[in-house]
Design a binder for this molecule. Sequence first.
Ligand code: TPP
Ligand code: MG
Length: 317
Amino acid sequence: MLITRQVDTSAIAMQREGLILAYSPLRGQEAAQIGSGIALDLARDFAFPTYRELGVAVAMGVDLVGYLASYLGIWHGGLYDPMASRFGSINAVVSGSVLHAVGWAKGAQLSGDGGVAVTYFGDGASSEGEVHEAMNLAGIDKLPVVFFCQNNGWAISLAAERQIAGGTVAGRAAAYGIEGVQIDGNDVIAVLHATRQALARARAGDGPTVIEAMTYRAGPHSTSDDPGRYRSLDDEQKWLSRDPIASFAERLRAEGIADEQFFLAASAEAARAADAVRAGLAALGDRPGEELFDFVFANPTATLQEQKHAWQESTHD
Ligand SMILES: Cc1ncc(C[n+]2csc(CCOP(=O)(O)OP(=O)(O)O)c2C)c(N)n1
Ligand SMILES: [Mg+2]
């Protein structure tokens, strides 16, 4: 969680410095992402992220330079290997990750390999028609999929209360004949347990679960957003008492599981990780320009080839 917090904070700074083009911070959602991400079996499961799942990437051991390279726009979907890491490409289509996960889960069911798809989506995505279709199909076919909704209170400037008729996303699961649980998304242990249970249920052939992790997007929607235009500082400051990292640290201290030395070492490790990601990104350099043309079609059209030649001539003059 500390590595996630450090890299996330550093990513905002890197965007401000022009090292990356844009970024969607997850500050506040570390428990929801780490607690769920570490529950996956990397040999058979697959995660389908949105654009805000750095924490899940950290939990699953995804190469973070490759992950953040997605925000450089130099390669389709980042420079990490989605197949090897079991963490899909960043998906900026709101609700798109849900459809991909249900399709993948159908494949897993047919192959009988015990794999489970975990799809991440937000409170805002929950009101997209596709999410209802996906949950309905998953319910009918009892697909091995976990619908992991991070209800972070906001869909850009629209408050969750103005988005979710009936009040909860988890409550909708009953209508599709599937399990639905609302959990404290700022409690990493509660998230871990709920995700493990949902994975076990799916693996046993008992079908999908909707997990609604109640959390808070403590930062802006993205580096282009100014939350001061739609929510008050008071609102934001209330979150401080629910910071998932501070409260977990408090619990570890109270239970005598970790001492100050542990926290110092963990912070130092997180700082080193953030420095390594920054250095890795700075060293990436540009991709060969030809790639812009080479990866559009398996068999490029004549027009595209003409464009490529024109581009080559103009750059080699
Ligand atoms: C299909 C589609 N519609 C609209 C958008 C613009 N958009 C990007 S993020 C976003 C809000 C999503 O909110 P939520 O699902 O709660 O996720 P969060 O950003 O809070 O993580 C919108 C409307 C988009 N990217 N894709
Ligand atoms: Mg949201």
